[in-house]
Design a protein around this ligand. Structure first.
Ligand SMILES: *Cc1c(COP(=O)(O)O)cnc(C)c1O
Length: 225
């Protein structure tokens, strides 16, 4: 097993400038995060609100935290104050509840991605394109034609869990097609819709090739969970 430091250095060196590494530290101790931090890593991903809040409180303040897990409405307050991006908006209800939370609490803006269902498995969360478009239409047709403080920055997706890399490629291409279809609608409120979060330990090389701006890598850095 390579050290955390070596893995951070190696992966960051592999990535083109347009692709950023989100080091997924979920279930790993703060000491592991610090080892990655000391290798220069500043962007980390967490998937549980409590764990994120604890780590954010005790670790250096120049860390950028991304939330990548399923978020329940009652945990919004444990996540929004600490994060620079939420990758995993998987329902209209959650999107509107975060928007209401930031507007009530004087938080100027919260960057989010819409999680798209691109895998073959039924179990994975996320929107289909047929669900995402009416959601965006609804925002455009609302009184202000925009959200109060939530800024939709792009899309996130997870491929089918398989060794069949052709399947993975075809799942990822659905994400690219969804982004293109949304861009084609020219929603006025999507002013910086430029992020694509896809690719994990076993498929990030394909994701990089296909234009991911964020890859979320845990196991290849921190070992098995
Ligand atoms: C855990 C997790 C990852 C990291 O997965 P690895 O296979 O360990 O790289 C990426 N994205 C999400 C949404 C996750 O929950």
């Amino acid at each position: 097993m390579n050290s955390i430091k070596d893995s951070i250095l190696r992966i960051n060196k592999e990535l083109p400038p347009a692709t950023k590494l989100v080091a997924v530290s979920k279930f790993k101790p703060s000491s592991d995060v610090m080892e990655a931090y000391e290798a220069g890593q500043r962007l980390f991903g967490e998937s549980r609100p409590q764990e994120l809040a604890l780590k954010a409180a005790e670790l250096p303040k120049d860390i950028k935290w991304h939330f990548i897990g399923h978020l329940q409405s009652n945990k919004i307050k444990m996540v929004v104050p600490y994060v620079s991006l939420i990758h995993s908006i998987d329902s209209a209800k959650l999107l509107y509840e975060i928007d209401s939370y930031c507007s009530r609490n004087g938080i100027a803006s919260v960057d989010v991605l819409l999680e798209m269902h691109i895998a073959r498995e039924e179990t994975k969360q996320g929107f289909s394109l047929e669900e995402a478009l009416p959601l965006l239409d609804g925002i455009a047709d609302s009184n202000d034609g925009t959200l109060s403080c939530v800024n939709i920055r792009g899309l996130m997706g997870m491929a089918t869990l398989t060794d069949d890399m052709e399947q993975v490629r075809s799942d990822f291409s659905l994400l690219l097609a969804a982004k293109a279809a949304i861009e084609e609608r020219r929603y006025p409120f999507l002013t910086s819709f430029d992020q694509l979060s896809f690719g994990m330990t076993h498929d990030y090389k394909i994701a990089v090739e296909m234009g991911a701006t964020l890859v979320r890598i845990g196991t290849a850095i921190f070992g098995n969970r």
